[in-house]
Write a protein that binds this ligand. Structure first.
Ligand SMILES: Cc1cc2nc3c(=O)[nH]c(=O)nc-3n(C[C@H](O)[C@H](O)[C@H](O)COP(=O)(O)OP(=O)(O)OC[C@H]3O[C@@H](n4cnc5c(N)ncnc54)[C@H](O)[C@@H]3O)c2cc1C
Length: 294
């Protein structure tokens, strides 16, 4: 299909973007990488009267470390996130996750923040934002608003941005140097959307798990942070009986969809398998880091 007619502008400052979005009164769309927006426009699933291109706005194309938070700007491409030195050092789990994202052509255009704004519950970057205590930095003519990830993801492809707000960056918690991590996803082909994915970071303090974080995607209407599962693991030795308890509990609490790709039961079973693999890897890395730090 061909898109419905729309105007296009490419402002060079965030204030010009904010003014254009405000003037559009809900009929404007930001374009970053266009990898999700253009298919939606071509299928007429969305019909903006104006498309506002943020790619010429200076300063949004950076990844920066501010204290213990990493900021990813709104025009940072997937390829940059996947290869950046700050990400590699301070967020190795994001570095790993990016290698599961799509294919080269999509990675060259798609942006981390565009994916977060798109809020697809089966994609890596919203999950990383949710489980690494991310904050979405929104901007409008009213100024900056910081939105915790827990409030940002409202439903499948639904976020909590006001119609005149756009994302200028996302802040993530940097990982502690001695943190171990595990990331396991299963997709039918490499680069496809995941059927399920389990991500975890944890530390080993005096032989027990501490600061446990657990995130999942593909098994709910939004990316998930699973505090109940974190509580099961926290303070244990991450032994096989603990992993069995985690898998059993996941099978009880997850409410995934059945669709043409997989049944809900299959996704529940898969979640337990992925959880065990990711937790074993995280525990092994945490112990390795701890011993190296001595
Ligand atoms: C074949 C294919 C395979 C893919 N596989 C994966 C995958 O495995 N994993 C994965 O995570 N993703 C995957 N994607 C999606 C890809 O990562 C997209 O690039 C991403 O979802 C959207 O980023 P974008 O910069 O292209 O956003 P755009 O397409 O430009 O925008 C997407 C939506 O977000 C809004 N938006 C964008 N930027 C902003 C902003 N700064 N502020 C407010 N709203 C904004 C737009 O208005 C639009 O509604 C795939 C895409 C394709 C085409």
């Amino acid at each position: 299909m061909k898109p419905a007619p729309f105007d296009y502008i490419a402002p060079t400052t965030i204030d010009e973007v904010a003014a254009a979005l405000g003037a559009a009164e809900g009929d404007g769309k930001i374009i970053a990488g266009g990898q999700s927006l253009m298919p939606m426009i071509n299928f007429r699933l969305v019909k903006p009267t104006i498309v506002i291109d943020i790619n010429r706005v200076a300063g949004l194309d950076r990844i920066e470390l501010h204290g213990d938070r990493v900021r990813i700007g709104a025009t940072v491409r997937h390829h940059m996130t996947a290869t950046d030195a700050i990400i590699r050092q301070h967020l190795p789990i994001v570095h790993e996750a990016m290698h599961h994202v799509a294919h080269m052509t999509v990675r060259n255009r798609g942006t981390f923040c565009g994916s977060v704004a798109h809020a697809d519950p089966a994609t890596e970057m919203p999950m990383m934002t949710r489980f690494l205590d991310g904050t979405v930095i929104a901007y409008s003519q009213r100024g900056v608003r910081e939105i915790p990830a827990a409030e940002f993801f409202v439903g499948s492809l639904v976020n909590s941005l006001e119609q005149d707000e756009f994302v200028i960056g996302v802040d993530l918690d940097a990982m502690k140097p001695d943190a171990g991590w595990g990331f396991e996803e299963f997709a039918k082909r490499h680069g496809d959307f995941a059927l399920a994915c389990f991500a975890t970071t944890l530390r080993c303090v005096d032989g027990i798990a501490s600061d446990v974080r657990v995130g999942m995607m593909g098994v709910g209407e939004t990316p998930l942070r699973l505090e109940e599962i974190e509580d099961i693991i926290e303070g244990t030795d991450v032994s096989e009986p603990v992993l069995d308890t985690v898998a059993d509990r996941l099978a009880q609490i997850l409410m995934p969809n059945t669709d043409i790709h997989a049944s809900a039961d299959y996704r529940r079973h898969l979640s337990g398998v992925l959880a065990k693999r990711a937790l074993r890897a995280a525990w092994s890395r945490a112990n390795h880091e701890r011993l190296q730090a001595r």
